[in-house]
Design a protein around this ligand. Structure first.
Ligand code: ADP
Ligand code: MG
Length: 342
């Protein structure tokens, strides 16, 4: 038995002159959640539609649980792929109760086995089976959509930006609960999102997508700490990118000499520093002036200008630190930095 629940090889799809998918390779391990993270228009929905079978790829192959479902002129129809899709919103049958929505794809034996109640319990809606969809909040409706997807025990659950219509607090709560429900059910999933926080917090692996291609795939922490390019660095989080000269394992930057993670070619380079690596102290580092502080609740981002004009941001947990505009500070960097040869 293969350990891959989904294998995508060289998948290409064009609607016009511009390819929506330009040769996508992807592998999802059984029982894990992979996030496909990319900006709007990069091809995420097209990828999911080709995997689900709603769309025919021009080239490439899709295999689900070791069985080829698309490729070499083969096109297994969506309902024979063992793949369930949770769309963005509004996917419930309005005239069916919650329990009937969840049981819709089940045969009578499965319905009698208690699977409907089991999946409703998984998504925290055990007492809601008799309700009608319009009696539920948006977040609860998305929970039902996820229970309905899980109920027939599909090989693969595909989620296309399933939380984007919800407000921030609900979204955070639902992310954690849905992750827990998928795990408890042993499900394998692909979550498509343009939200880096969602991808990094929920997924076992993150595939970063840009212009129809997967540009990096790895564990969330690896993608955040070691982005393959400056573009990925900026896309997966706040990034301070500085000009540098690399010599062996040290980069000379406007913030002084910084130790490198991994190796880089000697010469001109761009260096990545995360705002949480930057420390502002009264003295003993690169001199700078505070420009402003942006409060975000859980932390604050302080923007500073070095005396050579370079502007960068530092993440601080305590915004009440007297660092008002004009305060003189000294900058030091914690840990190692990543360099990209010019
Ligand atoms: P995402 O989900 O990442 O926002 P999509 O997969 O929806 O991206 O779209 C990728 C590209 O393909 C976009 O340029 C989009 O305009 C184009 N596209 C998607 N679906 C169609 C379609 N049915 N007809 C024509 N162009 C499409
Ligand atoms: Mg989309």
């Amino acid at each position: 038995m293969t350990n891959s629940m989904l294998t995508v090889t060289g998948l290409a799809k064009s609607y016009g002159p511009m390819p929506a998918l330009a040769g996508v390779d992807l592998d999802v391990t059984r029982g894990t959640l992979l996030a496909v993270l990319g900006p709007s228009g990069c091809g995420k929905t097209t990828l999911l539609r080709c995997v689900a079978g709603f769309e025919r790829a021009d080239e490439g192959m899709v295999a689900v649980a070791g069985r080829t479902v698309a490729g070499n002129r083969l096109h297994v129809p969506p309902h024979r792929r063992g793949v369930a899709v949770v769309p963005q919103e509004g996917a419930l049958f309005p005239h069916l109760s919650v329990a009937d929505n969840v049981g819709y794809g089940l045969d009578r034996a499965a319905r009698r086995s208690g699977r409907v109640e089991e999946t409703l319990e998984l998504v925290g809606l055990a007492a809601y089976g008799a309700r009608m969809p319009h009696q539920l909040s948006g977040g609860q409706q998305q929970r039902v959509a996820i229970a309905r997807a899980l109920a027939p025990r599909p090989a693969l659950v595909l989620l296309d930006e399933p939380f984007s219509a919800l407000d921030a607090r609900l979204r955070a709560e639902l992310r954690a609960d849905v992750r827990q429900a998928l795990r408890a059910d042993g499900a394998t999933g692909v979550l498509v999102t343009h939200d880096q926080g969602e991808a990094l917090s929920m997924a076992d692996a993150v595939a970063v997508m840009d212009a129809g291609l997967i540009v990096q795939c790895g564990a969330p922490a690896a993608v955040y700490r070691d982005p393959a390019t400056p573009w990925i660095a900026r896309f997966v989080g706040e990034a301070v990118l500085l000009p540098a000269t690399v010599d062996a394992d040290v980069a000379t930057t406007p913030l002084g000499r910084l130790p490198l993670r991994g190796s880089a070619a000697c010469g001109a380079a761009t260096v990545l520093v995360r705002p949480e690596q930057i420390r502002l102290t009264p003295s003993g580092g690169a001199p700078a002036t505070v420009v402003r502080q942006d409060f975000h609740g859980h932390d604050a981002l302080t923007t500073v200008r070095l005396d050579d004009g370079t502007v960068l941001t530092a993440r601080m947990l305590d915004e009440d630190n007297g660092l008002t505009a004009g305060t003189r500070v000294a900058i030091t960097v914690r840990g190692q930095v990543r360099a990209y040869a010019e």
